[in-house]
Design a protein. Structure first.
Length: 70
């Protein structure tokens, strides 16, 4: 969400598009080594409802925290 200076993952893997939401409902669409490609929709975790934002892209496995499997 707030990549450090010199961080190039979003530039190199996601056409410079950064996810806007901290919480997302995601579907894994591809796995390549230590990277996972997802399709996701923003999610309001406190009120338990979907948001009107979507994002598709690659995320390092170590950056994903699974809060709940649905």
């Amino acid at each position: 969400m707030n990549p450090p200076e010199g961080f190039t993952l979003h530039v190199n893997w996601n056409k410079n598009i950064i996810p806007k939401d901290k919480h997302m409902k995601c579907e894994v669409t591809e796995i390549m080594g230590k990277m996972i490609k997802i399709n996701g929709v923003g999610f309001d975790f406190i009120n338990k409802k979907d948001l009107n934002t979507t994002w598709e892209g690659w995320i390092p496995k170590k950056s994903i925290l699974l809060l709940k499997e649905i």
